[in-house]
Design a protein around this ligand. Structure first.
Ligand code: 4NP
Length: 160
């Protein structure tokens, strides 16, 4: 079988937005029969929560929409930009932080803002929900469901 397409979602802590993106994307890939053709992971630019499950508020909001979030947080590594085909970041600070790993700008084309793939929402970033209320987590999921549909279309067009 061909090498899977490798997709990495990145946020700050890797306990809210990017693990939720991973869960939403995995569910969509499974529903379309692409689960074994695309490998997905998430990471944080900060290392504060390494090894932890996603934030309970994010897990509950995701569970209510049928997504199981069970990945363990990890920090972005030097090798990620080489190893992944597409690195989708949640906000512009994540973009700056991930680009700082790419000192020679070799991988610019594969680092993209997640919201570039949204079609139903105008937001250009997925807002950090950590210090806010419940509705922040719902907005994260709304944006992720929108953007992941776009990501799915993009990725499936590259699979032969
Ligand atoms: P995330 O949210 O980047 O979507 O995982 C955050 C999680 C933790 C913190 C900030 C944002 N924190 O400050 O610990």
């Amino acid at each position: 079988m061909a090498t899977p397409y490798r997709l990495l979602f990145v946020c700050l802590g890797n306990i809210c937005r990017s693990p939720a993106a991973e869960g939403v994307m995995r569910a969509m890939l499974e529903a379309q029969g692409f689960a074994d053709r695309v490998s997905i992971r998430s990471a944080g630019t900060a290392g504060w929560h390494v090894g932890k499950l996603p934030d309970q508020r994010m897990r509950t909001a995701a569970q209510n929409r049928g997504y199981d979030l069970s990945s363990r947080a990890r920090q972005v590594t030097d090798n990620d930009l080489r190893d992944y085909d597409l690195v989708l970041v949640m906000d512009r600070q994540n973009l700056r932080d991930v680009r700082s790993y790419d000192r020679e700008s070799l991988f610019d084309a594969k680092i993209r803002l997640f919201c570039d793939f949204c079609t139903d929402h105008q937001e250009s970033e997925v807002p950090d929900p950590y210090y806010g209320g419940e509705q922040g987590f719902e907005l994260v999921l709304d944006l992720l469901e929108d953007g992941c549909r776009g990501v799915l279309a993009h990725v499936s067009s590259t699979l032969t």
